[in-house]
Ligand binder design. Structure first.
Ligand code: FES
Length: 297
């Protein structure tokens, strides 16, 4: 037994016998998640537009003409309401039923799904229970309350919805993969001139690479999900039982494959959080004309 586990327990919030820097992890988690939440709310939900790089911007924040690029910011994908955007499902700027006085972005209709997937993720639960609720702040560190709610009572019972958000997350991953593929399909030539007759050509810019990397990192996070692991093989009681053996062997192979991602779920969670946030930020900065995307071919 290590000296750490043998240390006598002390009572009271923050009380501990630990001498290591136990508070660094929760603090870094708090800062990282806060930065992401502030970005998602303040920039994406309440700053309309800038989810794609259009020609001749006529909006308030425009910084001159930008070369058109086939990118769609991931926080706005799928783009249900997008006016005349080639990414839009419905060629309107907002739904008719939305109150006129309330700001609208298409991201408001969809972000509940990826946000819900992360919010109810088993890893993130551990991370924000510690970093935001100090419940407890870390192992062997005193917490601020005596009672224990657990996750089999309201309100935390709602965390069980994670398995359903997982299905939505897989769908969103497919949409983002399509967007990454579409980011190779340019309406302009290498010099940024629109192709005649609305034509397109294969191309690649820095944004294309970011979108592809983002999809790969999100796939690493999604396919390492505990609910995916249960779905593909974890629900079987026996991988080598005589009945239904083929199905269970396939399940075992899939389960082993998912387990590889699951073993590094925390790392995938942070890397994919960064790539999705940065890809979104990059495209919006280019869309506002503050950054210029580099076309590789
Ligand atoms: Fe983390 Fe499902 S457990 S995404």
């Amino acid at each position: 037994m290590s000296s750490l586990t043998m240390a006598p327990h002390r009572a009271g919030f923050g009380a501990t016998s630990r001498r290591d820097l136990w508070w660094v992890g929760p603090l870094a988690t708090f800062l990282g998640l806060m930065a992401f939440l502030i970005y998602a709310h303040a920039i994406v939900l309440f700053v309309p537009g800038y989810y794609e790089i259009r020609e001749n911007p006529d909006d308030f924040f425009a910084h001159g003409n930008r070369p058109v690029a086939p990118y769609l910011a991931p926080f706005s994908s799928p783009l249900i309401y997008g006016g005349h955007s080639p990414h839009a499902w419905i060629a309107k700027d907002r739904p008719d039923w939305w109150p006129r006085w309330f700001p609208f972005t298409s991201a408001m209709l969809i972000l509940i799904f990826p946000a819900g997937f992360r919010f109810t993720c088993y890893y993130y639960r551990k991370a924000y229970y510690r970093a935001f609720w100090a419940d407890p702040p870390a192992c062997a560190v005193g917490e601020p309350r005596q009672s224990y709610w657990g996750e089999n009572h309201w309100p935390l019972l709602i965390q069980n919805i994670h398995r359903y958000f997982m299905y939505a997350a897989v769908l969103f991953l497919a949409w983002l993969a399509w967007d990454a593929l579409y980011a190779f399909w340019w309406p302009t030539d290498r010099h940024g001139r629109l192709l005649p007759d609305g034509g397109h050509q294969i191309g690649m810019g820095v944004g294309t690479i970011l979108m592809v990397v983002n999809v790969l990192c999100l796939a690493g996070f999604t396919f390492g999900c505990n609910s995916v692991r249960h779905l593909v093989g974890g629900r079987y009681d026996c991988f080598a039982c005589p009945h239904n053996i083929q199905q269970e062997r396939t399940g075992y192979k899939l389960w082993r494959w998912v387990t590889r991602f699951n073993e590094h779920h925390m790392e995938w969670a942070w890397v994919s959080l960064f790539t999705v946030g940065f890809t979104d930020f990059y495209i919006r900065m280019c869309a506002a004309g503050i950054w210029t995307d580099y076309r590789i071919f």
